[in-house]
Design a protein around this ligand. Structure first.
Ligand code: PMT
Length: 417
């Protein structure tokens, strides 16, 4: 990672977790990153500017109209200097104002004049976080290319538990370092969205498959479709053309996504393979049944006729990911998932190899908050034996963005972007 000598402005706003920004600062400076800190007045009620000044070796900016320490107006000068603007913690107030372009203090003015990438680490009460206004503004900022890390779910200041807790400072610093190393630029001019996937056609599979037994019964698994739908939504927001081949779920199609509804694994295979020649990326988040019933009964099976025991003969379903892996072109990227209950990384590496995939997303479905049905996931991104990224527990939407970041990196390395 080439981050030494890069410049970060760290914005600290007024929340109980403001003290954790000190660790973010420390972790960045340890890697040779130059950090300047801007605080809101409210933040100075929680931590003194002196702490940040001593650790950053730099004047801490708070006041809008203090004497500039250089030739330019302070907010413009700092934003021209910065390679990355990190706001941690970012309160609901900061996020909601930022989405509206309000610049009523120095931190907000810097945010409005910022042309480098922005990383926001939200921290707030869960009622504020789940408020539709906050959610809509977070979605708006994400669409405009602002990066987010967290929030985590856990104990909050009001002694309640929920989403809204500041992400771990280590995770915030790591995300910041990643952005610095990737040389990311903020495409603020691309008002149509972050748009880094603009020229890609991405096919995502999601949800379970239903394998019919008779006209009223079927074999199913616990997939809700949330992971695959989050990927489809994120990809569409980042400018991709998205086709979502979905097993039966209760979820609405994300905006701007073409959804193809299927029921069984065979139908999903046919839908995927028919579209494969026209797509650039295939992401197989669906939980496909490995077996189907050999002969589907045309009539409802009657217990009176079957007696105390009923034997169903099952046959193997096609392995869709493996079929894709077999015929995909070098300019096509295949991402598979590995839902495991043990030996997570070993199994993911095996699936990566056997299905000829470029990336395996491994989730341990026995871990709390990970896998089936929940809104969060905890995954490893397995690119190969020597390249494995372990991600903390995060929302499926954030996991989706990290998977797509991985796809972008792979395609850039292969000279495809
Ligand atoms: O839908 P959610 O409730 O949000 O839950 C998310 C999830 C746990 C379903 C998802 O994150 C996940 O892990 N999906 C893959 C589940 C799975 O089927 O894993 P697997 O290890 O059995 O399969 C490995 C890969 O091969 C997967 O990409 C799968 O889509 C693919 N596969 C499997 C069998 C088959 N017959 N055809 C396939 O294409």
């Amino acid at each position: 990672m080439q981050v030494k000598g890069k410049n970060v402005v760290l914005g600290v706003s007024g929340g109980i977790s403001a003290y954790k920004a000190v660790e973010v600062l420390r972790r960045l400076t340890e890697k040779g990153v130059n950090v300047r800190v801007v605080m809101t007045k409210a933040a100075t009620e929680f931590v003194t500017p002196l702490t940040f000044r001593e650790l950053s070796y730099h004047h801490v900016a708070v006041e809008m109209f203090e004497e500039p320490k250089g030739p330019m107006m302070q907010h413009l000068g700092w934003m021209e200097w910065a390679d990355l603007f990190v706001i941690a913690p970012a309160t609901a107030n900061v996020i909601n104002k930022m989405a509206c372009g309000i610049a009523d203090n120095l931190l907000m003015t810097m945010a409005l004049s910022c042309t480098c990438p922005i990383l926001i680490a939200p921290a707030m009460d869960s009622d504020m976080y789940t408020n539709p206004i906050t959610q809509a503004n977070i979605a708006k900022l994400k669409q405009l290319g602002v990066h987010f890390v967290g929030p985590a779910t856990g104990p909050l200041a009001r002694r309640n538990v929920g989403p809204g807790r500041l992400a771990d400072p280590k995770e915030i610093a790591e995300r910041a370092l990643e952005l610095l190393a990737s040389g990311a630029t903020w495409r603020r001019s691309a008002l149509e969205g972050r748009a880094d996937l603009k020229h890609l056609h991405i096919l995502v599979t999601a949800g379970p498959t239903h394998e019919a037994i008779d006209p009223v019964r079927y074999i199913v698994n616990r997939s809700s479709g949330k992971m695959g739908y989050a990927i489809a939504e994120a990809a569409a927001e980042r400018g991709a053309r998205v086709t979502l081949v979905s097993g039966p779920t209760a979820l609405p199609a994300p905006r701007g996504v073409e959804r193809v509804d299927v029921e069984s694994a065979v139908q999903m295979r046919d839908a995927v393979m028919a579209r494969l020649p026209g797509v650039d990326v295939v992401i197989k988040a669906a939980a496909v049944a490995d077996y189907r019933v050999r002969e589907i009964s045309a009539e409802k099976i009657k217990k009176e006729a079957s007696g105390d025991e009923l034997t169903l003969q099952l046959v193997r379903n096609p392995d869709i990911a493996a079929e894709v892996g077999k015929v995909k072109r070098p300019d096509q990227t295949l991402v598979v998932f590995a839902a495991e209950t043990s030996d997570l990384v070993e199994q993911a590496l095996r699936k990566l190899r056997e299905k000829k995939a470029d990336l395996a997303v491994a989730n341990d479905v026995t871990e709390e908050g990970a896998g089936f049905g929940v809104d969060t996931n905890k995954v490893h991104l397995v690119f190969g034996p020597d390249r494995i990224e372990q991600l903390p527990l995060m929302s499926k939407r954030d996991v989706a963005d990290r998977i797509l970041d991985g796809v972008v990196r792979l395609r850039k390395e292969a000279g495809l972007m």
